[in-house]
Design a protein around this ligand. Structure first.
Ligand code: 5HM
Length: 178
């Protein structure tokens, strides 16, 4: 398990031999973060997504994220619209990164299931001191998973980069052995 204190240096790829990553799906809690008065995510709820999206895109990675796609709640899709779209985008993405949420995000847990069933390299961002369900804790026994324990997402960005790099490298290595 990676922590923000033992992280390798930032940047993807900082190591010239590290595998390049072209696309990524970023999942996380959505409905529970909408302000009932406005139907939109308040700034503080958007911040971790916004930070991660900008961080990955600055490295040339194409990021698919439903929160941004749906204008942070202002253009919320129907279940019929978003389900197939999300599944297809996860299928197409090279890496799946998720904040499973605490309290848990039901949609994100469905997506974690899809990503592991599609055999994607997975990075799970877990907030320190929170509880996560057994199948999230144990997902690494059935899929290529890197966990990042964080207190502050911004401080954890180098650890996130290291986890993405390792998940992709381990996945490619496993593919070569098969
Ligand atoms: O159950 P929850 O809303 O927390 O599910 C969030 C996850 O489902 C996100 O990762 C997002 O990719 C997907 N989702 C979506 O794409 C969810 C909703 C609302 O539940 C939505 N579009 N409108």
């Amino acid at each position: 398990m990676t922590t923000e204190t033992t992280a390798p240096t930032a940047g993807l790829p900082a190591d010239p031999d590290a595998p390049a990553v072209r696309s990524l799906f970023l999942a996380g809690p959505f409905i529970q973060l909408l302000d009932p008065a406005t139907g939109e995510m308040p700034d503080e709820a958007r911040a971790p997504f916004d930070l991660l999206i900008k961080h990955f895109e600055a490295q040339g990675i194409s990021v698919h994220n439903a929160h941004r796609r749906e204008a942070w709640g202002a253009e919320l899709m129907s279940p019929e619209q978003c389900t197939g779209l999300d599944q297809e985008e996860i299928r197409k993405a090279e890496v799946f990164v998720a904040l499973p949420g605490s309290p848990p995000s039901p949609g994100t847990h469905v997506e974690v299931g899809w990503a592991s069933a599609f055999d994607k390299p997975i990075v799970l961002l877990l907030e320190r001191g929170r509880e996560y369900t057994f199948l999230v804790q144990g997902l690494h026994t059935v899929a290529t998973v890197e966990y990042v324990l964080y207190t502050d997402i911004a401080a954890a960005l180098p650890a996130v980069d290291g986890a993405v790099r390792r998940a992709v490298a381990r996945h490619r290595e496993a593919g070569r052995r098969e």
